[in-house]
Write a protein that binds this ligand. Structure first.
Ligand code: ADP
Ligand code: MG
Ligand code: ZN
Length: 351
């Protein structure tokens, strides 16, 4: 099996990406909107500096190259959750490219998953097809989420098992939480993952046709959906059939994926540079300042705990899984945790 993940992460900002509406989760429907969010004619987007900063810091932590010049593009599609009928995203020139994330799905089995690109885009609104347990014969639109800043992190097709996929997501979440750019809460939708899945005969180099699986909202459902999708494709091919390129929706209740639409190609979206937004140009000094603002990352801390404190690889891994765990542990076990709790010089004061 061959898997590439597209992960959408909500960037922690006070206001939306192109207007000053708040981003707080859980407000009453359509109370955090303005003419920009609603796509009224004549409004102009103004880029949120905090969103750019968050993406650049995350991308640096993932070893990416930051493009000093990036361009916003309109991705056209027609759907009630998108009042402008286009989403502002980035296509040919994303903010960041060529990163990587190391994973160790099993002890001693390290590997590197390459990150193709990270780009900035706006979220769409939310459609409600049911209220509580009552199905509606119409749909309700809540635009509070339109314009919430997202970064899309696209991996190369380097992942080879459901376990590698979930380890990749866990490590990604840990790093992004360390950097402090998102809370990466899959249940609340601040981290969402689409899995591109294909199969090929052992020994074949060319990739098979992929299906894109959407709608997984927990680590467990990502693993289950991939396992199921690989089994479906294998049975299909062994029965003489062919995998078609399409988007499939995972249902955790039914434990199956279902075809949603045949997969559109990039040209169907008619991407073009957004004339309302100038290209974004970042100076080297600005990027360097953000690089220096990064905290010690989990991998570096894990290695340090092992070498400086003589902790076992297991203990070091447990204690570095969440940035703030050392703080929780400090009061009760001052003796053991003292050296860890002491902040090393020139590192971030958080935690
Ligand atoms: P699109 O523009 O249609 O989303 P991309 O080429 O950007 O397509 O790829 C999207 C994701 O699909 C990436 O994460 C990539 O690694 C993955 N991918 C591409 N081809 C395959 C394949 N044959 N099997 C599995 N994953 C793939
Ligand atoms: Mg894509
Ligand atoms: Zn707004």
């Amino acid at each position: 099996m061959v898997i590439g993940l597209e992960v959408h992460v909500q960037l922690k900002t006070d206001s939306k990406i192109f207007c000053s509406c708040p981003t707080a989760f859980g407000a009453d429907a359509n109370t955090q909107i303005c003419p920009v969010c609603c796509g009224y004619p004549g409004v102009l987007p103004v880029l949120n500096r905090q969103a750019v900063e968050g993406l650049v810091r995350a991308a640096l932590a993932l070893g990416c190259r930051i493009n000093e010049r990036s361009v916003f593009a309109r991705k056209q599609y027609f759907y009630p959750d998108l009042p402008k009928n286009y989403q502002i995203s980035q296509a040919d020139l994303p903010l960041a490219i060529h990163g990587h994330l190391d994973i160790e799905p099993q002890p001693g089995k390290k590997k590197t998953v390459r990150i193709q690109r990270i780009h900035l885009e706006e979220d769409a609104g939310k459609l409600l097809h049911a209220v509580g347990s009552r199905a509606l014969d119409y749909s309700l639109v809540d635009l509070n989420r339109t314009g919430v800043p997202l970064m899309e992190i696209v991996s190369e097709p380097d992942i080879r098992s459901a376990e590698e996929a979930s380890t990749y997501l866990e490590n990604l979440r840990t790093i992004l939480r360390y950097v402090g750019v998102s809370d990466c809460d899959m249940e609340k939708g601040s981290m969402r993952c689409d899995a591109n899945v294909s199969i090929r005969p052992v020994g074949q180099e060319a990739l098979g046709t992929r299906a894109e699986v959407k709608n997984m909202n927990s680590m467990r459902s990502v693993r289950d959906a991939i396992t199921h999708e690989v089994a479906r494709q294998t049975a299909l091919v062994e029965g003489g059939g062919r995998v078609v390129q399409e988007t499939r929706l995972w249902s955790q209740d039914q434990g199956t994926t279902q075809s949603m639409r045949s997969k559109e190609e990039a040209h169907d979206y008619r991407y073009f540079p957004d004339p309302d937004l100038v290209p974004l140009e970042l100076s080297k000094e600005y990027v360097d300042t953000l690089r220096q603002s990064l905290p010690e990352l989990p991998e570096a801390r894990r290695v340090r705990y092992e070498s400086e404190l003589g902790l076992s690889p297991y203990d070091a891994a447990v204690l570095t899984a969440e940035k703030n765990w050392r703080t929780f542990l400090r009061p009760r076990s001052r003796g053991l945790m003292g050296p860890i709790a002491r902040r090393p010089p020139n590192r971030s004061a958080t935690g």
